[in-house]
Design a protein around this ligand. Structure first.
Ligand code: PHE
Length: 373
């Protein structure tokens, strides 16, 4: 009797496993759930799950529930290629959501393009990402705009004339953003008096910072990810550097202030979203997110939510759940009112949107200004 019971118990999930794929819509997600940039993947996943659970609770799409398959790439480019290949060839997903980091989106996008599976990056901002092919989209602005935003903010709001740059040379996002910032600040009459590098994983930045200190800049632009930025801030203050520190969206993590502590206080960065927004669409998203998870969404969660919503709406509009039809509908996205602002996908498969500048104040990021394209 007991044996029979277990036999039935174990065969149930198996049975449902093989009959299910016809009556469910399989969507893949790849992200850094572990590793140096783990908060990026974890936050994005929360936003994506909220969007998918909401539509499933309402009955799904065309009577089918969405099944989300999330794979961890550990924050590594090579792993991103592996997991996206697996999502497409073994998990049979009809679309892929991810990645956050531009280097990992760039590494994996050729796979999605080759198999003609639409991929939407929630927040990769490097221009090269969507150039990989007509199946690759993003729902965020790109770095030529983000770099302009921070150059303009530095020059107009902070009256910066001489800036130093500290960039992560192995990170496509960091290098691209550093270049735009430098070019734009120069156009605005500023000067880059030092442009130095590090690599993700480094822990000692004193040599670069000492060199920067000797040039006496008005501000330091650090377009990196939160882990290193937190350490750089600490070491800069230890060396007596008091000028403002500036960055981009890669700073968006609760870990930034945990690592940087008081050293990062007062620093400014550009971002996709502010939880202080009074827009009813944003407030409503925050309320639903808090009800589900008990915390306030960061920019990544908001971008993940918007990417998933745009995919869901495209699947609803598509005649059938087929990758090529979904692709065509994603491309038609116009004036979608998202948690991160109004999103229209342009002919380059990018979104043209405003950016916000926020200031780190203790554990929170205070809204400072919005800059429009
Ligand atoms: N824009 C960054 C990149 O392209 C990723 C990122 C987005 C990080 C938003 C944090 C917040 O690499």
């Amino acid at each position: 009797m007991k044996k029979l019971f277990f036999a039935i118990l174990f065969s149930l999930p198996l049975l449902s496993g093989c009959t299910k794929s016809g009556d469910e819509i399989r969507v893949g997600e790849f992200g850094s759930l572990t590793g140096n940039d783990a908060t990026f993947g974890l936050s994005t996943n929360k936003g994506i799950r909220l969007a998918i659970d909401e539509v499933n609770e309402k009955g799904g799409i065309k009577g089918k529930k969405i099944k989300l398959i999330t794979l961890d790439d550990q924050g590594r480019d090579t792993e991103a290629v592996q997991v996206v290949t697996r999502l497409i060839t073994q998990e049979n997903v009809v679309a892929v959501l991810g990645e956050v980091a531009s280097s990992r989106s760039k590494a994996a996008a050729p796979i999605a393009q080759e198999y003609k599976i639409p991929m939407i990056s929630p927040s990769s901002t490097n221009p090269e990402v969507t150039k990989i092919g007509d199946y690759i989209f993003r729902v965020c602005f790109i770095d030529p705009f983000q770099g302009f935003v921070m150059a303009k903010f530095a020059s107009e709001n902070l009256k910066v004339k001489k800036a130093a740059i500290l960039r992560d040379v192995k990170n496509d996002y960091s290098v691209g953003l550093a270049d735009v910032f430098a070019a734009d600040l120069k156009k605005m009459g500023g000067e880059i008096i030092a442009d130095l590098s590090y690599q993700a994983g480094d822990v000692d930045f004193k040599a670069q910072l000492t060199q920067i200190r000797s040039k006496a800049p008005d501000a330091i632009f650090i377009p990196g990810y939160y882990t290193e930025v937190g350490l750089i801030a600490q070491q800069a203050r230890d060396l007596g550097i008091k000028v403002p520190l500036l960055g981009g969206d890669g700073w968006d993590s609760t870990k930034l202030s945990e690592i940087g502590k008081e050293a990062i206080d007062g620093a400014y960065f550009s971002n996709h979203y502010t939880s202080e927004s009074t827009d009813p669409v944003v407030r409503d998203f925050i309320t639903r997110f808090q009800a589900k998870y008990g915390d306030t969404p960061d920019g990544l969660a908001a971008m993940g939510y918007d990417a998933a919503r745009i995919l869901i709406l495209a699947m609803e509009r598509a005649q059938e759940i087929k990758p090529n039809l979904i692709r065509d509908e994603i491309a038609k996205t116009k004036d979608f009112a998202g948690a991160t602002g109004k999103i229209s996908i342009n002919e380059n498969r990018d979104a043209v949107k405003s950016a916000v500048v926020v200031q780190v104040q203790g554990k929170s990021n205070k809204f400072v200004t919005t800059i429009h394209p």
